[in-house]
Ligand binder design. Structure first.
Ligand code: SAH
Length: 219
């Protein structure tokens, strides 16, 4: 038996528990979020050569100049997304390899996920299919435009940072909905939670973060 099959080693339950404890020590509290992190096998989302590092609390390269998000960031954003109750319809901008998508998929109704890099989207599709996750719809497109024909959304989560909040995302937010988005130039981004109330938008700063930039166009 390989270490993977026998459940000992770098991807074992014990290794995952250690990650969950670390997230708790760093302020993540929501039991369902911690359980989702424990449950989703992050090592399946990275190249085999990196699987021994999959349960470290760090971002890791996934090719095409992109990274799988840091577990703490995924946990924090997911908490921010569900704090006021379960959103039925969620738009995600920046699917990447689908890790964040997988973590939140069990905690929301339905996910619409947009990625501009076709090759990454394909990989995300495969990863989620292998895990039996079925409430996610993928689109190869430019997240600056959102996902107009499926709007409005109860929640929108962006995994890449624009210089300013895209108008289309605000417009596609349902009344009472929240947009979780990193904003600003690299090195000085703030993670914002913007809540829509009628035509008013209330902004809350969730702290400093470091994301790849949101880029327009699809490839
Ligand atoms: N949360 C993801 C990682 C996201 S990295 C994970 O867990 O794997 C950010 C992703 O946003 C990258 O894959 C990048 O290609 C994508 N991205 C950047 N600009 C975009 C845009 N305008 N529309 C859609 N996706 C975009």
């Amino acid at each position: 038996m390989t270490p993977l099959q026998s459940g000992i080693g770098m991807t074992s339950a014990r290794t995952r528990d250690r990650l969950v404890r670390r997230l708790q020590e760093n302020g993540i509290q929501h039991p369902a979020v911690l359980e989702a992190i424990r449950h989703i096998p992050r090592h399946l989302f990275v190249d085999e050569a990196l699987s021994s590092r999959a349960y470290e609390d760090t971002a890791l390269p996934i090719g095409h100049g992109q990274t799988i998000s840091q577990p703490w960031v995924v946990a924090r954003m997911t908490e921010a997304l569900i704090e006021q109750g379960k959103p039925e319809k969620v738009l995600e901008i920046g699917t990447g390899c689908g890790y964040q998508t997988a973590v939140m998929s069990g905690l929301v109704g339905e996910v619409f996920s947009v990625e501009r890099i076709g090759a990454l989207l394909q990989r995300a599709r495969r990863n989620l299919r292998e895990l039996g996750i079925r409430n996610v719809n993928f689109r190869h497109g430019d997240g600056y435009e959102g996902y107009r024909d499926k709007a409005p959304f109860d929640a929108i989560l962006a995994a890449a940072a624009p210089a300013v909040v895209p108008e289309a995302l605000l417009a596609q937010l349902a009344d009472g909905g929240v947009l979780i988005i990193p904003v600003g130039e690299s090195g000085a981004q703030r993670l914002l939670r913007i809540r829509r109330q009628g035509d008013e938008f209330h902004e809350e700063n969730l702290g400093l973060v470091s994301f790849v930039p949101l880029r327009s166009g699809r490839i």
